[in-house]
Design a protein around this ligand. Structure first.
Ligand code: XBP
Ligand code: MG
Length: 247
């Protein structure tokens, strides 16, 4: 590994815990508004998360759990569009905070001249809405989201896309993810990955991650290391750069 010059962040589950009280709630609101009797519980949604992408998740649900209902791609597209509206409303209501350490680490990275990018499976509008709510989207030189690539995570396509746009090698970047699918995508594209788990991903197979912690931590809210070695109470740029410089 070379000294890291760029950090690439996943959004859902990594910058914020968006799934349980965000995307899931918005899906259910869209289902009700469309007159559907579908309702995704907290637990059931955990299973559905194995399929990345909102449209893909609805399609998977129809195929696996509602095979008798014949629905067109246009129906899925419209339902997902409605869900996006509800999700954005939840964000602007302040329902979804950033995870511990995220704002601090991004601030440190900017001060140290680390280049920043986003690689997410979520729709572009959703990623931007979260960034606008809590951060300045302009700190990210690349925001790669949703349908910008044909194959979503765990396929590596979104990470290949970001790498090409940044013109950095995988050895020059560190990826931040929260899930097995995200880790697979980044690893297949050749990146080292720091994983911050959450309730939905704490039992995922995270073999191959560079480091797994419960969250990025803050000086007064230390992290717990779950896999790998980290010498400080919170993830900070200075220590990351020292480690990567040693290779
Ligand atoms: C995020 C996802 C997304 C969101 C919903 O995965 O799986 O599908 O749940 O997003 P990752 P949209 O964190 O690995 O990028 O409804 O906007 O598609
Ligand atoms: Mg994620």
């Amino acid at each position: 590994m070379a000294a890291w010059q760029g950090f690439i962040f996943d959004v859902d589950g990594t910058l914020a815990e968006t799934e349980r009280e965000g995307h899931r709630v918005a899906f259910n609101q869209a289902f009700r508004a469309a007159g559907l009797d579908w309702d995704w519980s907290v637990e059931f949604y955990g299973q559905l998360l194995s399929v990345a992408g909102g449209k893909e998740r609805i399609r998977h649900y129809l195929e696996q759990f509602r095979p008798e209902e014949e629905r067109s791609e246009e129906f899925i597209r419209q339902l997902h569009g409605q869900k996006t509206e509800y999700y954005r409303q939840l964000l602007t209501q302040g329902a979804i905070p950033l995870r511990p350490g995220v704002e601090r680490l991004l601030g440190e990275a900017q001060q140290q001249g680390i280049r920043l990018a986003i690689a997410t499976t979520s729709a572009y509008e959703n990623a931007i809405a979260l960034l606008e709510q809590h951060l300045n989207p302009q700190i990210f030189e690349v925001i790669a989201a949703g349908d910008i690539v044909a194959a979503k995570k765990p396929a590596p396509d979104i990470y290949h896309y970001v790498r090409q746009k940044m013109e950095l090698s995988p050895q020059q970047c560190l990826v931040f993810e929260d899930s097995e699918q995200g880790l697979k995508a980044a690893t297949q594209a050749g990146f080292s990955t720091l994983v911050t788990v959450n309730d939905y991903t704490q039992h995922h197979d995270l073999t191959g991650a560079w480091l797994v912690v419960n969250h990025l931590g803050e000086p007064e809210h230390p992290l717990t290391v779950l896999q790998g070695h980290w010498p400080a109470p919170y993830i900070n740029v200075e220590t990351l750069l020292q480690i990567s410089a040693k290779g």
